[in-house]
Design a protein around this ligand. Structure first.
Ligand SMILES: Cc1ncc(COP(=O)(O)O)c(C=O)c1O
Length: 394
């Protein structure tokens, strides 16, 4: 018998590290600091249950049959209104509804990348973006925004697009400052590269008012046609299970992305689109926000206090002013953080290693620690277990 046709070669670029830490959440008794999950305490269960039932009854056509590829006009209008400012007037032609932010990233890769083309990516880089673009086999130019000699024009020259998470990056928790936002935009204008603003954490500011988005900064008061491709999601504002995301961009980009979406999943669930539309219109996300911020701020503080207590000899980190993660460097260069992650599982805690946020999979110096999922007590116990694991390398 002849051999079966092989899998595509990009699959050889993966290893088991990602699946090990993503599936670790299932291990009984384990404290999961490795994922990026919202707290179940903030899921709007009753509101979504009521709205989803109501929209099916009141909008049977929108919810029960096939939807238009770019999204239901109702939701596109709600989103256009939600993101419009005097500087950035938006219409539904600027909006594509996607199946989560993850599909948005994947579609962007499909419409902008021929195999081997270059992406300038904020470093370290969100794992899901690396996964979404892996089949396109891109080349990466890391953008190290905190480097003293960071030069966005140099990094973005020759790139199809630059990728950044300006609000509390996943994994680094870093906030890109106003001046650097302007520099990124100026570089996009100069080089012709598109500028992806991936913004799931844009509402999660714990210590100050939000900075203007790249989208807001790039408007000129006329119908939006700038270089920013803004990616949003309900995942951190309502619930990830709804699987609704969106892209806001110039109409020509939305049209190209809709062509890619047609061959991907044709349309996103009408039930979920209408539920998201009504939830935003009726203020479910906005009303929940103060409670979400208070809960997450307290958990961020609890994790940082626990790190200070148990891990200051072993890790360095900066307290993030928003988002969901603390990014820490291991002081002992002999400890490889992939190995640390595996050993942590024996000690009943999970963290994510820096290698999964490196396009080359090589960085073994850091870990990402999530603080939104667990109670302060569990965060403290998780930090203690992590300290025990690190000490076991002595
Ligand atoms: C930076 C970033 N982008 C995009 C996403 C995608 O989210 P979703 O597919 O749930 O909308 C996430 C989720 O954690 C994220 O952290």
């Amino acid at each position: 018998m002849t051999d079966r046709a092989p899998f595509a070669s990009w699959l050889n670029d993966t290893n088991d590290v990602i699946s090990v830490f993503l599936s670790a959440g299932q291990i009984p008794g384990l404290i999961n600091l490795g994922g990026g999950l919202p707290s179940p305490d903030v899921w709007p269960v009753e509101e979504i249950a009521e709205i989803s039932g109501r929209v099916v009854r009141e909008y049977p056509t929108e919810t029960m049959t096939y939807s238009p590829v770019p999204g239901l006009p109702y939701l596109r209008d709600v989103l256009a209104k939600r993101y419009s400012t005097d500087n950035v007037p938006l219409t539904r032609d600027n909006v594509l509804v996607t199946t989560g932010g993850t599909q948005a990233l994947s579609l962007i890769g499909q419409v902008l990348l021929n195999p081997g083309q270059k992406i300038a990516a904020q470093s370290p880089t969100y794992l899901g973006a690396l996964d979404a673009w892996r089949p396109r086999t891109p080349e990466y130019q890391p953008m190290i925004l905190e480097a003293a000699d960071f030069d966005p024009v140099q990094d973005m020259t020759g790139a199809q697009f630059a990728y950044t998470v300006p609000n509390f990056s996943n994994p680094s928790g870093r906030l890109v400052g106003l001046e650097q936002r302007k520099e990124l935009l100026a570089a996009a204008q100069k080089t012709g590269a598109w500028l992806i603003e991936d913004d799931p954490y844009g509402k999660l500011y714990y210590d100050s008012d939000p900075l203007p988005t790249l989208l807001e900064l790039s408007g000129d008061g006329t119908p939006y046609s700038g270089p920013v491709i803004y990616v949003g999601t309900v995942s951190k504002e309502l619930a990830p299970g709804l699987r609704i995301g969106w892209i806001i961009a110039a109409p020509e980009m939305i049209e190209a992305l809709a062509t890619a979406k047609q061959g991907s999943d044709m349309f996103s669930s009408g039930v979920c689109q209408m539920t998201a539309a009504k939830a935003y219109e009726e203020g479910v996300a906005d009303n929940a926000l103060p409670r979400v911020l208070a809960l997450y701020r307290a958990r961020r503080d609890a994790l940082c206090a626990a790190l200070e207590k148990h891990l200051s000899d072993h890790l360095t980190w900066e307290k993030p002013c928003g988002g969901m993660f603390v990014w820490a460097k291991v002081k002992d260069p002999a400890i490889q953080t992939e190995q640390l992650m595996r050993r942590c599982l024996d000690y009943g805690v999970c963290i994510s290693p820096s290698s999964v946020f490196d396009p080359e999979g090589k960085d073994q110096s850091g870990i990402r620690i999530n603080f939104t999922l667990n109670t302060p007590e569990k965060l403290s116990e998780g930090a203690k277990r992590l300290a025990d694991t690190i000490r076991s390398f002595d």
